[in-house]
Design a protein around this ligand. Structure first.
Ligand SMILES: [Zn+2]
Length: 478
């Protein structure tokens, strides 16, 4: 009994919690009918290639996804949530996040992957190739979820990548370059206001390492304390250990729900992402004199709220003036202080999001917003007390070689597909700075995301997993 009491926590900490550990949980039993490399690469290696028809039929039947088990995993992961089903809330380093991490590491282990974690909890699972010194091929996404969101965003790309490995193992595939699955830390900005925290660090952001030393959440808990409470950032404050070395990966592929309506509307199974739009976000604050809503006459006012309202309309105008459907701008936050019906707003705080696939066009919009903010503050006699560009990221282009692999995988699996742009951004945007990148989209119900109604059918998910599996196989052998 005593032995049990002591050994269970020890076992859990070995299996689940301790970072930087490499664990080989179980080694996979090989399928005796090992496939030839040609089946997967599409290129002849030892023998002439099979006729293309038999190749497709072969792939279609051999790359089979265990849909029932994948759906069960998605459902189970959704129960690690701080809000009631069907919504999902999973915030970075919360108890539920730690449970979800344990769940993912366990699945990686069951698939025979060796698991390691970095100082902020990016989780890697590696299937060693027969030429392990070559840069590996990486696939994955995130499992954190903003408050009251759904169970597919990110999750499909993590559990789907693990299942893609299972698919390849069942088919008897042997990777040349190692294949790795990653679960990124904190794609969503919920807790610390920083999106794609894990992948930005992997991409080598010195600015972020510096910022994280001062970053606190709403409860004044520091990033480092939060990370430590989840078992990370133990021995070091220096998070540069997370940075990826150059050429660590030969390719990165992320499977994701589209979060838009196009694939569903057009009944297309697979979206092949060629570019990710460049996001930027801006914080603005105006300060006026405030005053009594009855007593202060109109000519004597410096209404910070009206300055904010005018700037919001200016954002819309500048975005529309770009003349491109790809330029978008949103004022998602507009807060007035003191927020009373009979008080002239003395302070207004806005947060503006603007994106484009063309970086210079988006930067022109940002400049115009800045000019408008200062003109409005002069005209209205309010102070422009803050204009901060929080982030201004470049767009990312998918690499041709990865696009080709995704395209031919879709073709060989007889799945309808189209090239498209990702207007939402993902960890892929940052991984593209360190590795050739590509993304696979699958349809989702009405394009819903970040709400409980988010849904993708298991058939669509399985199609995505098969395309991912075949893409990884091709990239591994290329
Ligand atoms: Zn996502």
């Amino acid at each position: 009994m005593a032995a049990f009491r002591f050994s269970l926590p020890l076992l859990l900490s070995l299996l689940c919690i301790h970072p930087f550990t490499e664990i080989l949980v179980n080694s996979y039993e090989e399928d005796p009918t090992t496939k030839t490399m040609e089946d997967f690469s599409g290129y002849p290696i030892h023998e002439p290639p099979l006729p293309s028809n038999s190749l497709s039929v072969n792939k279609e039947s051999s790359l089979s996804v265990n849909k029932e088990s994948l759906q069960k995993q998605i459902d189970e992961l959704s129960t690690f949530s701080d809000s009631p089903a069907p919504s999902v809330t999973r915030i970075l380093y919360s108890e539920k996040d730690v449970m979800a991490r344990r769940f993912v590491k366990n699945l990686m282990g069951l698939s025979g992957l060796s698991v390691r974690e970095d100082a902020v909890g990016n989780i890697f699972g590696r299937w060693e190739g027969y030429e392990p010194e070559l840069a590996a091929v990486l696939s994955g996404s995130h499992v954190d979820a903003i408050p009251y969101s759904g169970k597919y965003d990110g999750v499909v790309g993590v559990l789907g990548a693990i299942e893609a490995i299972n698919v390849l193992k069942r088919s008897g595939f042997k990777p040349k370059k190692s294949l790795e699955v990653i679960m990124f830390t904190s794609e969503e900005p919920t807790r610390f206001g920083i999106s794609c925290l894990g992948s930005r660090l992997l991409a080598g952001s010195e600015a972020l390492v510096k910022a994280l030393k001062q970053t606190v959440d709403n409860h004044n808990i520091s990033f480092l304390d939060a990370a430590r409470s989840a078992g990370y950032a133990k021995d070091q404050e220096d998070l540069t250990s997370v940075f990826l070395e150059e050429d660590s990966y030969s390719a990165f592929v992320e499977l994701h729900i589209e979060q838009g309506p196009i694939l569903e509307e057009e009944s297309i199974s697979i979206g092949i992402v060629t570019a990710i739009a460049a996001p930027a976000s801006i914080k603005v604050e105006f300060k006026g004199n405030g005053g009594h809503a009855g007593a202060v006459l109109m000519p004597n006012r410096n209404d910070a709220g009206l300055a904010a309202a005018e700037l919001a309309l200016a954002v819309e105008k500048h975005v529309l003036d770009s003349g491109s459907i790809d330029t978008v701008g949103t004022v998602g936050i507009m807060e007035l202080h003191p927020g009373a019906i009979n008080s002239i707003p003395s302070k207004a705080h806005l947060q503006i999001d603007t994106r484009d696939i063309d970086e210079s066009r988006r930067n022109i919009v940002i400049d115009k917003i800045r000019q408008s903010a200062s003109t409005i503050s002069e005209n209205r006699g309010v102070q422009l007390s803050e204009f901060e560009i929080v982030n201004q990221d470049p767009p990312a282009l998918s690499e041709d070689s990865v696009i080709k692999a995704m395209e031919s995988a879709s073709k060989e699996l007889n799945l309808t597909h189209k090239k498209m742009i990702s207007r939402a951004y993902h960890d892929s945007l940052f991984m593209a700075r360190k590795s050739p990148m590509g993304m696979i989209f699958i349809p989702c119900y009405k394009g819903y995301s970040h709400k409980p109604e988010e849904y993708s059918s298991i058939e669509d998910i399985a199609n995505g997993v098969r395309v991912l599996a075949l893409t990884l196989a091709k990239l591994s052998l290329s």
